[in-house]
Design a protein around this ligand. Structure first.
Ligand code: FEO
Length: 176
């Protein structure tokens, strides 16, 4: 069984991942309205990934004979100023998630919970990858610039990332 302190920390992480899923879903909707199809597809995939992140912790908490709580979800922003501010917000949110995971890792050491420490290694690696991906997207957007015509090129760049991710997923499925 998890300690009460760990159960609470993991339930807070469940809520954070769930919020990320809704935030990215809201971003996907905004991108669709703006005609940014590549960005919309990207955000839908991120949203689904965050739901998976949430469920992994959810299932882990119950597996450890503790109580996973279905979180209340705050309404995410519905409109965004531009593609740049959107990706800046994603990057900021991912940094918040990383800080939260690191805090729970610290708690694992403090309470000798090595099972949860092992479980969280996947998240530590995932956060490193997500932050690096968002930084690379922001770098590309900054190179392209932010004029009205730039949106087309930004969307094309995101579409290239979608294609690479889909190819990686397909390769993973073939190998499995
Ligand atoms: Fe699950 Fe992107 O944090």
């Amino acid at each position: 069984m998890l300690s009460k302190q760990m159960e609470k920390a993991l339930n807070e992480q469940i809520a954070l991942e769930a919020y990320a899923s809704f935030l990215y879903l809201s971003m996907a909707s905004w991108c669709e309205l703006e005609g940014l199809e590549g960005c919309a597809k990207f955000m839908h995939r991120q949203s689904a990934e965050e739901r998976d992140h949430m469920l992994r912790i959810f299932n882990y908490v119950n597996e450890r004979d503790s109580h996973a709580l279905t979180p209340q979800i705050k309404q995410p922003p519905l409109k965004f100023k531009s593609a740049v501010t959107l990706f800046e917000q994603v990057y900021k949110h991912e940094q918040k998630v990383t800080a939260s995971i690191n805090k729970i890792v610290g708690l694992c050491y403090k309470t000798d919970d090595f099972t949860t420490l092992h479980f969280l290694q996947w998240y530590v690696e995932e956060q490193r990858e997500e932050e690096a991906l968002m930084r690379s997207i922001l770098d590309r957007i900054n190179i392209i610039g932010e004029g009205p015509q730039s949106l087309y090129y930004i969307d094309q760049e995101i579409e290239k990332i979608n294609a690479a991710e889909e190819a990686a997923e397909a390769a993973g499925e073939e190998a499995a």
